[in-house]
Write a protein that binds this ligand. Structure first.
Ligand SMILES: Cc1cc2nc3c(=O)[nH]c(=O)nc-3n(C[C@H](O)[C@H](O)[C@H](O)COP(=O)(O)OP(=O)(O)OC[C@H]3O[C@@H](n4cnc5c(N)ncnc54)[C@H](O)[C@@H]3O)c2cc1C
Length: 336
């Protein structure tokens, strides 16, 4: 029987293990922390998925492939793992956010609608675009569901184990831990503030809001059947581990910006800090760490939605030695 070791038990390690088992591998997962451990990047209850990718249209086919696999996972787990509540994007009509959304939608024939109503008046010059097929993933349910399913399928989990050199086929999906494992990839790890608000309409779609100067503020239902909204800012926060970094430094800015969008009733009731791993250009890195060991840094704050598709493609890459077309942009060579 073919065997493989997966290092890391975040969404990537779990999806890799799931897809490897489906290809007939005997799999073990070794990790410092268990799924949803406090130091991992997969925590927080919910994650946005969107097809009309403003960052680059090149991500659209990857998301389409991932969406099919999220459906397969839902059948395998016997539960829903997403909610297609739609995403409202708000920003200046000629800004990067709306131009990117419209460009991706046009290139791939995705459904979008202009002029979606929002609860509060928007800043001058702002317009909205609604993507009805986007929404959010139940990220905690996915990670815990996969963990339980994999144990049922005979996958061995070992926790408290640091990643080490291994002679067999291995996959390294260490989230922020990839920085130390692979210094040549030139990753930075930053602390991101997330906050949960109450007093917000329970039927509010997911929203993404252009906060200016490259900032993308977002709000997502906290998890399945929940009236709290989780908000954050997709802009690298303070660098982690320097001692000076205040993990909640972004909170006042986020709160005042989302109040413009959600209204004065919205109140912060809980907050947390979570680590982002950033590449030099915001795109992922999937490349060899050494012979027979593939590293996956699907990071920069937008990786969750792609996890099963990247897991599949990474396994194909590791088995064939040939980089699949959808991973062509993700070589580690561009990291200086
Ligand atoms: C605040 C926030 C909001 C986000 N929002 C979105 C969103 O809306 N949509 C989206 O698609 N993505 C989003 N992301 C990004 C997404 O969550 C991450 O890309 C994804 O969770 C990364 O998963 P991972 O498995 O690579 O890493 P992790 O979840 O961090 O897992 C890494 C695993 O490796 C283990 N590990 C670490 N170091 C070592 C070591 N040396 N040896 C052994 N094991 C080790 C850890 O214990 C852990 O189990 C967001 C991220 C954050 C932080």
């Amino acid at each position: 029987m073919k065997t493989a070791t997966v290092y890391g038990a975040g969404v990537y390690g779990l999806c890799l293990a799931w897809r490897l088992v489906q290809r007939g591998y005997n799999v073990r997962v070794r990790s410092l922390e268990p799924p949803l451990g406090p130091g991992t990047s997969s925590i927080g209850g919910s994650r946005i998925y969107r097809f009309a990718y403003f960052e680059s249209a090149a991500y659209v086919p990857l998301m389409q492939r991932a969406f099919g696999l999220w459906g397969e996972l839902a059948s395998d787990l016997g539960t829903t793992v997403h909610e297609a509540r739609g995403v409202v994007y708000a920003g200046p009509g000629d800004g990067d956010l709306l131009r990117g959304v419209r460009g991706s939608a046009e290139q791939y024939g995705l459904r979008i609608e202009s002029g979606h109503p929002v609860p509060e008046p928007l800043p001058d010059g702002y317009e909205t675009v609604f993507e009805p097929d986007a929404g959010f993933l139940y990220s905690d349910r996915i990670c815990l569901g996969l963990f339980e399913r994999l144990q049922g399928l005979g996958v061995q989990f070992e926790f408290g184990v640091p990643a080490v050199a291994d002679s067999g086929l291995s996959f390294f999906a260490l989230g922020p831990g990839m920085k130390a494992l692979c210094p040549k990839w030139n990753l930075t790890v930053t602390m991101q503030t997330i906050a949960w608000l109450e007093g917000v309409s329970a039927t509010l779609p997911v929203f993404g809001f252009d906060g200016g100067q490259g900032s993308f503020l977002y709000g997502i239902p906290a998890h399945a059947d929940c009236t709290l909204v989780k908000v954050g800012e997709h802009l690298p926060g303070p660098v982690a581990g320097l001692g000076l970094a205040d993990p909640f430094a972004q909170l006042p800015g986020i709160a005042s910006n989302v109040a413009r969008f959600l209204g004065p009733e919205a109140r912060v009731v809980q907050k947390a800090a979570c680590r982002y791993t950033n590449t030099v250009d915001g795109d992922f890195i999937i490349d060899w760490v050494r012979a027979n060991a593939l590293g996956i840094s699907a990071c920069s704050g937008h990786g969750f939605k792609f996890a099963p598709a990247i897991a599949d493609l990474a396994i194909e890459f590791a088995e064939s030695g040939v980089r699949p077309e959808l991973l062509l942009a993700f070589s580690g060579d561009r990291s200086t």
